[in-house]
Design a protein around this ligand. Sequence first.
Ligand SMILES: [Zn+2]
Length: 170
Amino acid sequence: MAQSREWTRLSGEHRALIEEFQANESVAVGALAQRLGLRIKVANLGPGNSGQISRNADGGYIIKVNRFEAKERQRFTIAHEIAHFLLHRDIIDASPEGIRDTVLYRSGAPENIEYQANRLAADILMPRGSVERRLGELGGRVSEGVIEVLAQDFKVSKGAMEIRLQNVAA
Ligand SMILES: [Zn+2]
């Protein structure tokens, strides 16, 4: 199963760093963000917003994540904002607000930017090789129960895992 275009666009250094964190099925996205030099703040972003990444006055970057959303959802949001950082730094830098994502991961930036960030976030949290291997251990057939087990293993929502499995199975 080929990696996404977004994954292949990353520098070798960034890919190696992410792969280091992927040694665990549950990727420590907070620690990964820190290794990339990003600060994370769990914040009150107002209803309808999931996350934001922006540049500070000191030139560093900060990810804010909605404190009222479920942990799995927050993990996906952090991975999505990391993806923006790795792929779309120019867009973040173009506005003092950076990129602010609604619950649907729409930001006002062109749609394809959001698809790219979602694909890379999925690659970070649910690497295809690991999902395929774990699926094989569970018998290789996708069912409600298997989706639930895999979602727990990778600490993602069932919805996110279901989408990933559609790609893996295809
Ligand atoms: Zn986004």
